[in-house]
Write a protein that binds this ligand. Structure first.
Ligand SMILES: NC(=O)C1=CN([C@@H]2O[C@H](COP(=O)(O)OP(=O)(O)OC[C@H]3O[C@@H](n4cnc5c(N)ncnc54)[C@H](OP(=O)(O)O)[C@@H]3O)[C@@H](O)[C@H]2O)C=CC1
Ligand SMILES: CC(=O)[C@@H](O)[C@H](O)COP(=O)(O)O
Ligand SMILES: [Mn+2]
Length: 381
């Protein structure tokens, strides 16, 4: 029995993690879960999976949840609650499925407590990759990627010598506006931006996919997960999201991982690694698909990807600012305060304004994250 804790159990990744678990109840025990504000779903999950510990966003919501869950369930709240879910139970593996850099402290707490990590919350590695990587090295825990591209690369690298990798290629669907020119992005709506062509995901990552910030995050995430230089990480547009990513070796051999766009496959792989078992997902039918398409990345069309590479290469607090400014810009776009094209303007302005600090400690990361948020919030158009 593998004991699992889930940060963000009520979200897209969290619910799909529980879906895999409910298909193999003999393999998993859910020790702890956390939700934010969706208490209705959280209560259903607690009653079905019977974790000992559950966390919600606020004290008031914790009181509400306590009334509707089995006696003996401990209900906690806020950042401390997330840290407790991450670190205070007997879980072997913590699935980090919170959205945004609020996932950083709980992830570090889980690592410090010696838990293996099923990593979905990529903003954590973008914001503080060197700190997370160092903590993982010190504690000797495993980080099993859940992000589909990184799970693909992890699977392609299984048993290979990383020194013989010449480069990796992360595939990108192109997002909800992949067939529009930049001029055609003027006036696009929130509703249109939320229509991802292949994946059903939370709102924030769906917007990140449309701006190509998501791919930029994935480049930085790959740099930290696989210890590759930015020159060894490419991005290629692949509209069907069937090839999830691939690795090219020094002998020009390429290994790719394929599958239907269904996050339950990489989630399951992270939960059961190094084993595999029959899954509730559908088989990939290449004959029915017929052909796969590819397009070279256009960095003028997608300036956020260019900014991500620049931020990653600069390192220090620059990726922290890139991430935090983006979080605010996306929230402002979703609230209707700014336009889609202004998201990249907010990020660019924050990157230009900030002063990069090399090798920052956690306190400085936190400070710069707050600075970038306040600055991104203050920009008026
Ligand atoms: N969805 C996907 O297919 C993929 C997602 N990822 C990454 O995984 C992470 C999660 O994404 P996704 O599942 O789509 O996101 P969702 O928005 O669907 O879920 C986010 C989760 O975080 C919780 N949460 C949000 N705010 C708070 C808060 N203040 N306090 C406590 N909990 C909070 C939400 O709770 P509630 O809803 O109850 O408020 C929810 O459980 C992101 O980093 C994303 O980039 C990576 C690859 C694919
Ligand atoms: C499912 C997943 O891993 C997402 O991160 C996905 O990559 C989003 O799709 P695109 O960013 O390629 O549009
Ligand atoms: Mn991805």
């Amino acid at each position: 029995m593998k004991r699992i804790a889930i940060l963000g159990s009520t979200g897209s990744i969290g619910t799909q993690t529980l879906d895999i678990i409910q298909h193999a109840p003999e393999k998993f025990q859910v020790e702890a879960i956390s939700g934010g504000y969706n208490t209705k779903l959280l209560i259903e999950q607690v009653n079905q999976f019977k974790p000992k510990l559950v966390s919600v966003a606020t004290k008031e919501l914790a009181h509400e949840v306590q009334l509707s869950v089995p006696a003996g369930t401990k209900v906690v709240h806020g950042e401390e609650g997330l840290i407790e879910v991450a670190a205070a139970t007997d879980a072997d593996l913590v699935v980090t499925a919170l959205v945004g850099s609020q996932g950083l402290k709980p992830t570090l707490a889980a690592i410090d407590a010696g838990k293996h990590i099923g990593l979905a919350n990529k903003e954590t590695l973008v914001s503080a990759g060197h700190i997370v990587t160092e903590a993982v090295r010190k504690k000797g825990v495993a980080v099993l990627p859940i992000d589909s591209e990184h799970s693909a690369i992890y699977q392609c690298l299984n048993g290979e010598n990383i020194a013989q990798v010449s480069k990796i290629t992360i595939t990108a669907s192109g997002g909800s506006f992949r067939d529009r020119t930049r001029a055609e992005l003027e006036g696009v709506t929130v509703e249109q931006a939320l229509q991802h062509p292949n994946w059903s995901m939370g709102a924030k990552i769906t917007i990140d996919s449309a701006t190509m910030v998501n791919k930029g995050f994935e480049v930085i995430e790959a740099h930290w997960l696989f210890d590759l230089s930015y020159d060894q990480i490419d991005v290629l547009i692949h509209p069907e999201s069937v090839i999830h990513s691939y690795v090219e070796f020094v002998d020009n051999s390429i290994i790719a991982q394929l599958g239907n766009p269904d996050m339950r496959v990489p989630i399951q792989y992270a939960l059961t690694y190094p084993d595999r078992f029959v899954t509730p997902t559908k088989k990939l039918d290449l004959a029915a698909i017929g052909k796969l398409n590819f397009r070279e990345m256009d960095y003028t069309r997608y300036p956020c990807l260019r900014m991500a590479y620049e931020s990653g290469r600069q390192g220090g607090t620059t990726p922290t600012v890139f991430n935090a400014a983006n979080e605010i810009a996306v929230a402002r776009f979703l609230k209707g305060e700014i336009t889609f094209l202004q998201i990249e303007q907010v990020i660019e302005a924050a990157l230009q304004k900030h002063e990069s600090y090399a090798n920052p400690a956690l306190e400085l990361i936190h400070e710069q994250d707050l600075w970038a948020r306040a600055y991104a919030e203050s920009i008026q158009f």
